[in-house]
Design a protein around this ligand. Structure first.
Ligand code: CP
Ligand code: NVA
Length: 319
């Protein structure tokens, strides 16, 4: 971290905050969380007990399936000395129509933090508005900031730097590309994404990322041709063609995305020492070939592991 930055000041300004998206965070604050994630990972590996959240409880509202997010938040909370409660939407009154605001107000009387995985991003915003405790976005249709933070931690660990690197994202203009692009624009990485017509990233998010990029000196390119996006990439990223909630479009999307597979031929345009990342779950043979995702450039399980460390950093800093 830049030594001129007052770390204590950043730590104090993060306390009690929500984590709804990287757009709400200053570059220094994101760097602080990344450094904290790396530090917490070291402590964990050294067997050092670090429990700043002793006696605290995290509520975890899930409207969609999850392997990584659920397990890493629950384990992370345990390692930090706290307790996590899994709250499937169907098992709480929200699933029967209780308002998000009433849910938020009630939960704020018991809990110290809430994570929510939901469809509409407005649900995340509404929960945060109604709650008096930190709310963390554990994936919405718009964004997946916890994943992006873990991704930047992985890149930083593997490449030793972030600024000036190039990320190529190939595929659906979904929640994942939005959070990655936002993170790149704040952290000074060049970002190029290639999607078929009709599946481009959200224009407002692109616009906002470009505004950040003009300050950090990086480029945000939205192109059609996957080879063009891939050119000289340090990081190659893709995600499923049909995200959760879009399953009925699977066939139609397979047709639309057929030229957007990350395969051995396409990655030839990337740098020789490129890293392959994928948020997982993956569909081998669709968005990526086995050769690439299980090949020597892939860091997908380090990336998955870093969900734990990155989210511990978020919880420790906010709660
Ligand atoms: N990457 C990710 O969020 O995985 P899960 O859906 O398994 O939580
Ligand atoms: N874009 C994917 C990410 C899963 C972690 C989805 O929303 O289903």
């Amino acid at each position: 971290m830049n030594t001129t930055v007052n770390v204590e000041e950043i730590a104090s300004q993060l306390k009690g905050r929500d984590f709804l998206g990287l757009m709400d965070y200053e570059p220094d604050e994101i760097r602080y969380l990344l450094d904290l994630a790396i530090e917490l990972k070291k402590k964990q590996k050294a067997g050092e007990v670090y429990q700043p959240l002793k006696g605290k409880t995290l509520g975890m509202i899930f409207e969609k399936s999850s392997t990584r997010t659920r397990v890493s938040f629950e384990v992370g909370m345990y390692q930090l000395g706290g307790h996590a409660l899994f709250l499937s939407r169907n098992d709480i009154q929200m699933g029967r129509g209780e308002t998000i605001r009433d849910t938020a107000m009630t939960m704020s009387r018991y809990l110290d933090g809430i994570i929510i995985r939901t469809f509409g991003h407005r649900n995340v915003v509404e929960l945060a508005r109604g709650a008096t405790i930190p709310v963390i976005n554990a994936l919405s249709d718009q964004s997946h900031p916890c994943q992006a933070l873990a991704d930047y931690q992985t890149i930083l660990e593997k490449k030793g730097r972030l600024e000036g690197l190039k990320i190529a994202y190939i595929g659906d203009g979904n929640n994942m590309v939005h959070s990655l692009m936002m993170g790149a624009s704040k952290l000074g990485l060049h970002f190029a994404s290639a999607s078929p017509e009709g599946y481009e990233p959200d224009k407002e998010i692109v616009q906002s990322a470009r505004e950040n990029a003009s300050e950090t000196g990086c480029r945000i390119d939205i192109v059609r041709d996957p080879r063009e996006a891939m050119e000289n990439a340090d990081i190659v990223y893709t995600d499923v063609w049909a995200s959760m909630g879009f399953e009925e479009e699977q066939k139609e999307r397979e047709r639309a995305f057929k030229n957007y597979q990350v395969n051995e031929e396409l990655v030839k345009s990337a740098k020789q020492d490129y890293l392959f990342l994928h948020c997982l779950p993956a569909h081998r043979g669709e968005e990526v070939t086995e050769g690439v995702i299980d090949g020597p450039h892939s860091v997908i399980f380090d990336e998955a592991e870093n969900r734990l460390h990155a989210q511990k950093a978020i919880m420790a800093a906010l709660m």
